[in-house]
Design a protein around this ligand. Structure first.
Ligand code: ATP
Length: 233
């Protein structure tokens, strides 16, 4: 569903991503770990076609994102660290607006249903987003992905700044989307959540994917040790 083939990106001659090869199948959560500046956001932005590759190919559901940008967007939902919503609209009004932008038309009951699935109670859905916590905004982001029936989900540090309970709820939602057949790529600094939620984790350093590990084959302490070993020069 998500595929990078020899994917590279340079900015002014300096390499941000170096020949990435990665395939994420439906029902998989791939967590990308790495220090600040390792190339995680660059990878996600290439999948989103926000930036153009210097070389290589990105495919979503077999389609090249630079050749078929509109068709590939249909499969995708994106949740950044801060989900951008209209502060003066309620949660349900935001959902209505963003799903309409993607060509969806839903009744109020359906919209409330999506928000409920994402864990936002009805009372909250009718409050203005300006009053929301970060965790509540992330839930609206998930509701948008659910309504869009996105088959691929790209997440850039979605749990950073969430309290442990909110981060746990968020991870539960990701697992539900994975079980529904979603292919998920998540950049994160949270080793614990990566091990708990991810099917595989990738360790990135200076634009290179150094290691890929199956989370069911390692413990939390192993992951931390392997990660730190890779961070040494
Ligand atoms: P973080 O954990 O801090 O979010 P990251 O792993 O997401 O880091 P990237 O944002 O992908 O890292 O950055 C990779 C490299 O590309 C860094 O060296 C960064 O300075 C560089 N870079 C990213 N965007 C640009 C840009 N627009 N112009 C020039 N260099 C950039």
């Amino acid at each position: 569903m998500l595929e990078a083939i020899d994917l590279s990106k340079s900015y002014n001659g300096s390499t941000a991503l170096d020949s990435l090869n990665l395939k994420i199948e439906p029902g998989e959560i791939f967590c990308l770990l790495g220090a600040n500046g390792a190339g995680k956001t660059t990878t996600i932005n290439l999948f989103l076609n926000f930036i153009e590759p210097s070389s290589g190919t990105v495919r979503i559901n077999g389609l090249d994102v630079t050749r078929e940008p509109l068709a590939t967007k249909k499969f995708l939902a994106y949740i950044p660290e801060q989900v951008n919503l209209y502060r003066n609209l309620t949660g349900v009004e935001n959902l209505e607006y963003f799903t309409a932008l993607a060509g969806g038309k839903y009744s109020r009951t359906e919209l409330m249903g999506f928000l409920g699935e994402a864990g936002l109670p009805e009372g909250a859905a009718e409050r203005r987003v300006g009053e929301y916590s970060k965790g509540m905004r992330q839930k609206v982001g998930i509701a948008i992905a659910i309504a869009k029936r996105a088959q691929a989900l790209l997440l850039d540090e979605p749990t950073s700044g969430l309290d442990p309970k909110a981060a746990n709820e968020f991870s539960e939602l990701l697992l539900k989307m994975r079980d529904g057949g979603g292919a998920i790529l998540m950049a994160t600094h949270d080793l614990f959540r990566a091990k708990e939620t991810g099917t595989r984790v990738g360790i990135m350093k200076r634009g290179c994917l150094m290691a890929v590990l199956n989370t069911d084959e390692i413990g939390h302490a192993d992951l931390e040790r392997i990660y730190l070993d890779h961070m040494h020069d």
